[in-house]
Design a protein around this ligand. Structure first.
Ligand code: NAG
Ligand code: NAG
Ligand code: NAG
Ligand code: NAG
Length: 168
């Protein structure tokens, strides 16, 4: 190969590399901590069972919810966003379900940004689920979230969330 052709090839490869990874230098790791509040019954319920097979098991039931995200465990602590999604009772033995939830933020520097999540929620204890995408300041998000029940009454529950994800 002539020197000119070699130089051209190198330039071409360099262009391919730079155009295929334009964002990599700006990737960030973010940790979010908040509480997810659900009201299970009464006039202000934030969850419904939209589908049930009316069998002797919850298998096949689908819950839809529009819950609030707050900075603390008290129901009147500052509102920072919402969690809209569904929980599908996808285990025959009732031990766990599949949750698809969109988390969106309405306060502070992440106002207007959202995270799409998917994964298994266990009836017995803490769960780890995937963060599969995001919008706004969280475009290209990927990571995981840990959740655990911190307060449960006859009519409400509060779940603590820690999210860890990279984004640009
Ligand atoms: C339901 O929400 C309304 C409006 O926020 C409030 O005035 C009312 O007290 C709530 N009811 C209950 C039972 O929490
Ligand atoms: C329904 O579930 C209960 C409790 O698990 C069980 O004792 C009962 O035998 C079940 N009935 C039928 C028809 O499967
Ligand atoms: C648990 O939730 C109830 C109902 O919202 C509330 O009255 C109580 O203070 C909460 N407990 C804690 C430890 O946050
Ligand atoms: C969040 O953004 C919306 C739309 O830009 C704006 O109307 C609202 O006031 C903002 N909320 C806060 C708490 O900054």
């Amino acid at each position: 190969m002539s020197t000119k052709a070699t130089l051209f090839c190198l330039l071409f490869i360099a262009t391919l590399i730079t155009t295929s990874m334009p964002y990599s230098p700006k990737e960030k790791l973010t940790h979010l901590h908040f509480y997810f509040h659900e009201v299970d019954s009464g006039p202000n319920a934030t969850v419904v069972t939209s589908t049930t097979l009316h069998r002797n098991t919850t298998f096949g039931d689908i819950n839809l919810f529009d819950n609030t995200l707050r900075v603390g465990t008290q129901p009147d602590s500052a509102l920072i966003g919402g969690a809209q999604g569904m929980g599908v009772h996808a285990a025959l033995d009732g031990s766990q379900g599949l949750a698809a939830i969109n988390f969106f933020f309405t306060a502070g520097e992440y106002n207007g940004s959202s995270l799409a999540t998917l994964g298994v929620i266990k009836a017995s204890g803490p769960s780890e689920r995937s963060i599969v995408g995001g919008t706004g300041k969280f475009r290209f998000a990927r990571g995981y979230m840990l959740s655990k029940l911190v307060n449960s009454t006859a009519t409400s529950l509060v779940v603590e969330f820690d999210m860890y994800f990279t984004h640009f």
